[in-house]
Design a protein around this ligand. Structure first.
Ligand code: AMP
Ligand code: ZN
Length: 115
């Protein structure tokens, strides 16, 4: 079972900030900004590459939830970034789709290729 499925099953601890039947959100263990939260589907899906048409609503729920969490953490007005890494070149480390919600400070533009 993947590490995020273990968090869903409460087999390993996490600082959970939201949970419903479809989605779980918890604080990233190595935050890169004052607010860094991961929003994941409870259904295990390896990556964006593995999405199926029936998952479209689930992805919408993840993004909607990111917005609601941004509001509750008071970063809604100033703005924030949402990020989903995919595959090796995208820098994905955990093979369970996760949406990063990053904010609480003005963020750099650093998403360019390594030359
Ligand atoms: P990515 O590189 O997009 O796959 O992001 C994986 C993220 O998961 C990283 O930001 C890690 O800090 C975070 N992470 C890994 N293990 C845990 C954990 N047990 N609890 C919370 N966040 C984690
Ligand atoms: Zn999983």
């Amino acid at each position: 079972m993947c590490i995020f499925c273990k968090i869903i099953n409460k087999e390993i601890p996490a600082e959970i900030v939201f949970e419903d039947k479809d989605v779980l959100a918890f604080k990233d263990i190595h935050p890169i900004a004052p607010i860094h939260i991961l929003i994941i589907p409870k259904k295990h899906i390896d990556s964006i590459n593995d999405l199926e048409e029936r998952d479209i609503e689930l992805v919408g729920k993840m993004i909607f939830r990111a917005k609601e969490i941004a509001k509750s953490f008071d970063i809604f007005e100033k703005g924030y970034k949402l990020l989903i890494r995919t595959g090796e070149w995208g820098g994905q480390e955990v093979p369970h789709i996760h949406l990063h919600l990053i904010g609480g400070a003005k963020l750099s533009e650093d998403i360019r290729p390594i030359i």
